[in-house]
Design a protein around this ligand. Structure first.
Ligand code: F2R
Ligand code: MG
Ligand code: MG
Length: 306
């Protein structure tokens, strides 16, 4: 969960930039720049993740109405939300049920990455039960992202986090096998994810140029064009949290979100000790800032151990 915050905050100032502009201005971005609400501040990615974690801790599992209400109550437009999510939250605020609002967005549901970017607590809480993880990932996605590709992106990202938790970072990661597990997990209707995961297997055989990675995997705010990209950023730089997140952001496009999803998986793999202190030190730390997120993560883990 801290990994989500770190990746989100590192990518936030350059969200929407192309990779050449980032390279020309910053080289590889490895420091938290001052933008929007300040250096180290998070965006919608982390704000919604907090809603998920709070709800699971409160109800010791999934409660759709409570989670949706928390999204509505936490919503701060200054954090920068996607338009589909804003519509769904507005419908919920106006009385539409938590499991109906998401279907009304984009006439059949959004496949944006908004339900994947916030999913880390579900990957962590259900890390030992892939069937339950998929069920809750789909249900949590439905609140705002009811399209099958939106739900599948959320489940895939949660499963990547779960698998990373299950691995020992002191042993070398079997990269191909990590991807094969993800390919087997993807549901029948998620063909695009299987295709992209297969591309990841091929990309891992060499040292591809960023342009090729972006061309094959994408870097925009749709789930199919960002969840696999974040998975690749983690696996190709699995030896080091900082390298994985810096690489994710260096690809440009939806940098806060690809950074957040890479940070979630890489953080699940390396743990807090893998996150550079200079990044943790600069994270916002107010009412629902860094310390609060860490406490929420501990509560989630304690609940799991009961
Ligand atoms: N919104 C932003 N960033 C811009 C904020 C800038 C800020 N104000 C500033 O000051 O700099 N980032 C956040 O939005 C992304 C997550 O989006 P989400 O929540 O998934 O939204 P949405 O609108 O549902 O989906 C995103 C786009 O995907 C396409 N799309 C989705 N479903 C579609 C469908 N069924 N048909 C056609 N297109 C579909 C659309 O283009 C959506 O706009 C994250 O980057 C987060 O950080
Ligand atoms: Mg964002
Ligand atoms: Mg984004």
């Amino acid at each position: 969960m801290l990994g989500t915050h770190v990746g989100d905050a590192l990518g936030m100032p350059v969200e929407g930039y192309d990779y050449k502009t980032i390279e020309a201005n910053y080289g590889e971005l490895r420091q938290m720049l001052d933008a929007r609400m300040g250096a180290g501040t998070y965006t919608d990615d982390t704000e919604m993740m907090i809603g998920i974690a709070e709800s699971i801790v409160e109800y010791k599992g999934f409660n759709g109405k409570d989670m949706a209400d928390r999204f509505v109550n936490l919503y701060n437009p200054e954090r920068g939300y996607g338009r589909g999510t804003v519509s769904a939250l507005s419908l919920i605020k106006n009385g539409i049920g938590w499991n109906f609002a998401g279907e009304r967005v984009f006439g059949g549901g959004s496949f944006g990455n908004g339900s994947s970017m916030r999913i880390a607590p579900i990957g962590a809480f259900y890390y030992d039960d892939p069937n339950k993880l998929r069920e809750v990932a789909y249900d949590s996605s439905r609140i705002t992202h009811a399209h099958p590709l939106g739900k599948e992106g959320a489940a895939l990202q949660a499963f990547a986090v779960a698998n990373a938790i299950n691995l020992d970072p002191s042993e070398e990661l079997d990269k191909q096998s990590f991807v094969s597990d993800l390919i087997r997990f993807v549901a029948d209707e998620g063909e695009i994810y299987r295709t992209k995961l297969q591309y990841i297997k091929e990309l891992l055989e060499g040292v591809p140029h960023k342009a090729e990675v972006i061309n094959k995997l994408g870097h925009d705010s749709s789930a199919p064009n960002s969840v696999p990209t974040a998975i690749y950023a983690f696996i190709s730089h699995s030896h080091d949290f900082e390298d994985s997140v810096a690489y994710a952001v260096s690809l440009g496009g939806d940098t806060d979100t690809i950074g957040a999803m890479t940070g979630a998986t890489s953080g699940a793999y390396h743990g807090k000790r893998g996150i550079p202190k200079r990044w943790l030190d600069v994270l916002e730390n107010g009412e629902r800032g860094r310390n609060y997120i860490e406490t929420l993560a501990e509560k989630l883990w304690e609940l799991k151990a009961l």
